[in-house]
Design a protein around this ligand. Structure first.
Ligand code: PMP
Length: 429
């Protein structure tokens, strides 16, 4: 496969953009190095790079593109938004409609506020939790990523873990001291940490289904226990549904699992591909936020009509009957085919899959927490990633990420990808 244009552009990018990328996870550092593929155009389930190569895309921009690239319903909404003026700095009817849609879809959303990214959404849920409880510590699970604000860049999952930066430089130790990190899916560790610090904790950040060390579901009973103990100790539960909302189920993990958090952070899918974030939750907690309350949060771009109309259009598509059933059907075919190819070529893997998202781990261990994900073979993953890329299959360049199916993928795309997996595994063996 010719890659000379990608390589030349990356060389040029290195002169002007730090590391040549605008987000560290886009570099190929974690898969043995090399120039990242520079993409020029995307349509449906496909990408075309600057050398004219076509790819089936399973990156889906790290999650937001669940309806495939350039979906006509979303494109139309964005075009209309542009024609009517991009930014008003005033309330609009669109944001009211979208807030109502999110409220109707998600049980834990009495009141909503729109922001511009998942990072902002989570950062603000922490501030609001602290304002409401008058406490300062927070708890998070090891390996879970909650954006790049200071407090949550501690034991922070795929990006930093991939790059070997457990804590970022520039985050003061005093801030890291406010964060208690415990393993996911470990009721005993949770109970012990809550016995020790429970009454000092403002909120517990939870990825209800983990997406940041691969797809990892909570074990039976784990999240109900987290909710019960948090309530007993007066700590708030914040669900970070930046990945999970509308990914597996219309309404998010909270509606799927039947558990209602105090606050929720959203991003990715709810913007249909444009920048967005949102947070919301119980009325009395959300009323801590300015102009009603003392917790300050603001944004020039917040609730901009293009992001809002794009998000509404995306959710309208996802609300159609049968969407998640089809993602699940294709996901099951993909999972089965990958496992068969692994057996055929004697490659040791395990797969975690939920609906249309899956992670292949090069290990014989079932992955339920970050330590197990970290112990999987990154060197083999790197070789697998490149073998897939050469065959026109675009995956996330990290062993900690997921393959995301979209509504644009067909069974034929899945079958073609399985042929590539079979070949890649034959080369690994
Ligand atoms: N929370 C989770 C669970 C995420 O996966 C991410 C991004 N991958 C974020 C927060 C941060 O979102 P953003 O990149 O939009 O700031």
């Amino acid at each position: 496969m010719k890659r000379t244009n990608s390589e030349a552009l990356h060389e040029e990018a290195l002169k002007h953009i730090v590391g040549g990328v605008n987000s560290p996870s886009r570099s190929y550092k974690a898969v043995g190095g090399g120039s990242p593929t520079v993409m020029e155009r995307a349509q449906g389930a496909y990408f075309w790079d600057v050398d004219g190569n076509k790819y089936i895309d399973f990156l889906a921009a790290y999650g937001p593109i669940i309806t495939g690239h350039a979906h006509p319903h979303i494109t139309k909404a964005i075009t209309k938004a542009a024609e009517n003026g991009l930014l008003y700095g005033t309330p609009t009817p669109h944001e009211v409609k979208f807030a109502k849609m999110l409220k109707e879809a998600m049980p834990g959303m009495d009141k909503v506020r729109f922001v511009n990214s998942g990072t902002e959404a989570v950062m603000t849920t922490i501030r609001v939790s602290r304002a409401f409880t008058g406490r300062s510590k927070i708890m998070k699970f090891a390996g879970c990523y909650h954006g790049h604000s200071d407090l949550v860049l501690v034991a922070a999952g795929s990006g930093p873990a991939t790059l070997g930066i457990p804590d970022s430089a520039g985050v003061p130790k005093s801030i890291a001291n406010e964060v208690i990190t415990i393993p996911f899916n470990d009721p005993k560790a949770f109970q012990e940490a809550m016995d020790q610090w429970g009454e000092e904790i403002a909120c517990i950040l939870v990825e209800p289904i983990v997406g940041n060390f691969g797809i990892v579901e909570p074990k039976e009973g784990f999240l109900p226990l987290v909710h019960n103990i948090a309530k007993e100790k007066g700590a708030l539960i914040v669900y970070d549904e930046v990945i999970t909302a509308f990914r597996f189920h219309y309404g998010g993990a909270q509606d799927m699992l039947g558990l209602t958090p105090d606050l929720t952070a959203l991003g990715k899918i709810i913007g249909g591909g444009l920048p967005i974030g949102a947070y919301g939750g119980r009325k009395e907690i959300m009323e801590q936020v300015a102009p009603l309350g003392p917790a300050y949060q603001a944004g020039t771009m917040a609730g901009n009509p293009a992001s809002i109309l794009s998000g509404i259009a995306c959710l309208e598509i996802l609300k159609q009957p049968g969407i998640y059933e089809e993602l699940d059907r294709l996901g099951a075919i993909l999972e089965k085919g990958i496992l068969e190819a692994a057996t055929k070529h004697n490659v040791t893997i395990t797969i975690n899959r939920l609906i249309g998202a899956l992670t292949i781990y090069f290990t014989d261990v079932t992955v339920e927490n970050y330590d197990q994900a970290e112990a999987t073979d990154g060197e083999i993953f790197g070789r697998f990633f490149k073998l897939m890329l050469e065959q026109g299959i675009n995956l996330a360049p990290s062993k900690y990420e997921a393959w995301f199916l979209t509504t644009a993928h067909t069974e034929e795309d899945v079958m073609q990808s399985l042929v590539a997996v079979d070949h890649a595994f034959s080369q690994l063996a």
